[in-house]
Design a protein around this ligand. Structure first.
Ligand SMILES: Nc1ncnc2c1ncn2[C@@H]1O[C@H](COP(=O)(O)OP(=O)(O)OP(=O)(O)O)[C@@H](O)[C@H]1O
Ligand SMILES: O=c1ccn([C@@H]2O[C@H](COP(=O)(O)O)[C@@H](O)[C@H]2O)c(=O)[nH]1
Ligand SMILES: [Mg+2]
Length: 222
């Protein structure tokens, strides 16, 4: 896999102002994306952007899209790309960083294509936390963070949306050799040991690690 950084273009096809490194962090609801992103940030120089957290902050801010977003989240539906991408772009700009973990996005093919078209960014690689539904359900029902979508009715809808809309995005990147599939049905510490192996040591460049990892992209890394 070549470096994606040099080929990123903005919407007009001219070289983007910055060429950020983006890692998409995907997996079913409750697979541990947020938990592992916090660990990655503590160990590597990435900024964590959870699309779900940005949407929840948008509801709280009293924005004109707030009610629409709230209704979509309650139903486990996917918010239109335009809204989510604007929030991600704003957060990227405000961070001052050029290395991002984008957690829980893209969630469907339309999200994926729109992000690439609008930002010109292709991910360096995709972390995919693979976890059985029964385990994810147990985790979500005991998360206790007051999320309106952590109830069994919405959780089932979120599982269905993940299988029907989000897994195809993971398959798209897998066909490009970009997916690092991780067995997430282990302890937080065990999962992070594997994640660390993917990102490499503190001073190692994530791009060179992604090239080294491409040979194992079709296997679950344990
Ligand atoms: N490996 C693990 N083993 C057991 N519990 C875990 C593990 N990873 C995360 N958890 C717990 O499971 C719950 C869900 O984790 P987390 O919020 O990281 O998942 P997520 O993938 O971000 O979910 P969502 O898609 O709903 O945002 C949390 O309460 C977290 O503490
Ligand atoms: O890109 C996105 C990300 C999230 N949503 C909506 O938010 C909820 C919760 O997302 P989490 O990643 O679990 O925090 C999700 O079910 C969607 O309704 C979205 O529409 N687009
Ligand atoms: Mg999360």
């Amino acid at each position: 896999m070549g470096s994606v950084e040099a080929t990123n273009k903005d919407a007009n096809g001219s070289p983007a102002e910055k060429n950020p490194t983006v890692v998409f962090v995907l997996g079913g609801p409750g697979s541990g994306k947020g938990t592992q992103c916090a660990n990655i940030v503590d160990n590597f120089k990435f900024t964590h952007l959870s699309a779900g957290d940005l949407l929840r902050a948008e509801i709280k801010s009293g924005s004109e899209n707030g009610t629409m977003i709230q209704n979509m989240i309650k139903e486990g539906k996917i918010v239109p790309s335009e809204v989510t991408i604007k929030l991600l772009q704003k957060a990227m700009k405000e961070s001052g960083n050029d290395k991002f973990l984008i957690d829980g996005f893209p969630r469907n093919e339309e999200n994926r294509a729109a992000f690439e078209k609008v930002t010109g960014i292709e991910p360096a690689f995709v972390l995919y936390f693979d976890c059985p539904e029964e385990e994810m359900e147990r985790r979500l029902l005991s998360r206790n963070q007051g999320r309106e979508d952590d109830n069994i009715e919405t959780i089932r809808k979120r599982f269905k949306v993940f299988l029907e809309s989000s897994l195809p995005v993971i398959n798209y990147y897998d066909a490009k050799g970009k997916v690092r599939k991780i067995n997430a049905a282990r302890s937080v510490e065990e999962v992070f040991e594997t994640v660390k192996g993917i990102f490499g040591s503190k001073n190692e460049k994530v791009i060179s690690v992604s090239i080294a990892c491409s040979v194992v992209s079709h296997f679950v890394i344990t």
